[in-house]
Design a protein around this ligand. Sequence first.
Ligand SMILES: *Cc1c(COP(=O)(O)O)cnc(C)c1O
Length: 811
Amino acid sequence: MYTIKFICEELNIRPLISNDLSSKISELVYDSRKVNNPDESLFFALKATRDGHDFIPDAYKKGIRNFVISNPVTFFEGKNDVNVIQVDNVLQFMQELVAYHRNQFQYPIIGITGSNGKSIVKAWLFQLLIPEKKVYQSPKSYNSQLGVALSLWNLGPQYDLAIIEAGISEPGEMSSLQKMIQPNIGIFTNIGVAHSQNFSSKQEKLKEKMKLFSQVDTLIAGSDYIDTEQIDANIRLVTWGRTDRDQIQLIQEETHNQLSKLKIRIGEVICICQVPFTDRASIENIMSCIACMYFMGYDAETIVERIQNLKPLEMRLQLKKGINNSSIIDDSYSNDLASLKISLEFLNQQNQHNSKTLILSEMEGLAESEKLQQKLIGLLNSSELQKFIWVGNKYPWLKDIEIDLMKEYATTEEFLEHLTELNLSNESILIKGARKFQFERIVQRLALRSHGTVLEINLNAISNNLMLYRSLIPKNVKLMAMVKAFSYGSGSFEVANLLQFSKVDYLTVAFADEGVELRTAGIALPIMVLSPDRDTFQSLIQHNLEPEVYSMDFLHEFIEFLEEQKINDFKIHLKLDTGMHRLGFFPSEIDAVVEKLKSQKQVRVQSFFTHLVASGDPNQDEFTTSQISSYLTAAQKLEHGLGYKFIKHVANTSAIVRWPQAHLDMVRLGIGLYGVDMDKNLMNLEQVSCLKTTVTQIKELPAGETVGYDRKGVLNRDSKIATVKIGYADGYARRFGNSVGKMQINGFLAPTVGNICMDMCMLDVTGQDVQVGDEVLVFPDLMQAASDIGTIPYELLVNISSRVKRVYYYE
Ligand SMILES: *Cc1c(COP(=O)(O)O)cnc(C)c1O
């Protein structure tokens, strides 16, 4: 265990402020919202899209007393209970500390990099090696400058091998990852096009990635992906490929029914290996794994046997609707403390149920390590769990876990037998088990089934997009997130929980009902309602929802209602019409509004806003300028008349990007949050939602036949037609019929044939390799799809029917 004193001595630095240098440090904290052991935490004020220095008071409030900073912090003045280390670069200091920690261990460390497949190869190798070895793998896809540091911090004496993933997006990043990881064995998965905008060429990118391997003894790679000439002669190369110069040679592959039969030479031995994958990426990842096992001395027979048992892995944590009105968090791909901590953090963000449950299986290494047991107990005791279900050996130390309701089962079967008695309902349930416990069977029982069509929503992408827009506005400008229309189709509390955790300032819904739904799901943020109806006044008040007020009549009625209820100072949002001509007061009405407001005390203006009609269109910039200026004039008049200040806001997504002068006190972020870049200015928006369906049936039909209702789909050649499970009732507009819409299957685009039916439609897959059960992307390019039927992405998103199950991912 490190102390502050020890850290300062080893890293050769004098603390700026010292109180108790014997403070122990076991946790590295970089986010003040994620603190679970404050006494032993060291807070790093990192500078990313947000400046960690701003969160020092919050971290202090949570009990942290040890800090690493780079800027002077006035907050520490007069505090005599803190230890503060000041350095030039906080991240670099964290990395040096982690490199020191890594050097305490002599066991081999495998470093994996490449454009794709890093996480899969890591997770598969873990599965393949675990029967003999105690393996540590970096959690999730923690492969960045920060992620790698956090991963390595978890190294401990209980392991005999570690697998660490490294990813870069810019030149220059790999050397610092290499210095931390110092891998002895390197695996290079492949090189592709991901992130290439920051590199001048593929060669440059390859050269940068290869820096991870500058000190390895052994490098494992596909011979097509590396330049063997360039590899240092001291490095032992183990290559896989299609030639007889490769130690692992893929001689032949046949695919049939979603299975591949691979003929492979492993060293000198030729074997046949059957795997449940047909895509090229999976086969390559398998080759990397085989090469690694071969290098580690496994015989061909063992390798083949284990490879044949590999299963597709869901790498991401998923949030789904469960039975009995519960929420299921399915994170069953790996089970170790680091990833448990991440999923508990996610569970803690869920407010929709009052009760939180964890179903946990035994994890690797736990039985032997008292330190791990203590850490697990600490983690669970500081969590917000009401129920804890343990599957595995019944250890005496489990008694130290203080959770109201605890159940223990020896096996997954035993748990499943007792499942109904547990009456799990109205709760958020985190399911986390090691592979061999097959917790997917528990998920199957508890999660509601989706019928082939799902809308996948990537919560990390929402979070990253939010940060991106935040980085465009000054720190003191508030951010209102638009969650109207089911968060543009993405979900209600699932998205709002994340936004609340991310500390946005306001949420906005269209109708009172939507606001009530969020309140019921435990959302405490202020909520503005855009189109409140008179018959919902009661529920506005009851749930503390703040209405947009847009007309004199409405203002009078609302005040009257509040008067009857004897309520004062209720917050309202006044809307000005500067050109949209939808809802709102005209600038000419401001005097009358002031007069009315001054004569009452029932309402108070919380904010005053207008909506720009064409902030994204350069041809309308003159009009936008006039909208902003007439808003500002009216705002001044209103403020002067009322004699108090209120929040001023006009900017929607496009205006955040194009009209910095319109940021004012607050911005209203909508479509951009959901990953749709209407402006084509922000290169790094991440795609949030992905509508997927599956192939239900395939037919070979001769030329001259017709497909679908009214015989509109006339085949003028012999055709292969695939039926997919999505129709206009799911939100796939009928206008997409007859070749207008194109879906993506196995990488190619398939046009629709004939009219779209209510629950299904047909695609032309002539000449393509398609099988029943294959996954289909409904909108491979949302912008294109919208323009194909003469609409905008907003409409496609919000039309995705509520019967299409939403599955939320969090990495
Ligand atoms: C929907 C809406 C927004 C958000 O617009 P985007 O173009 O999606 O950013 C902002 N303000 C008001 C009043 C809205 O109705």
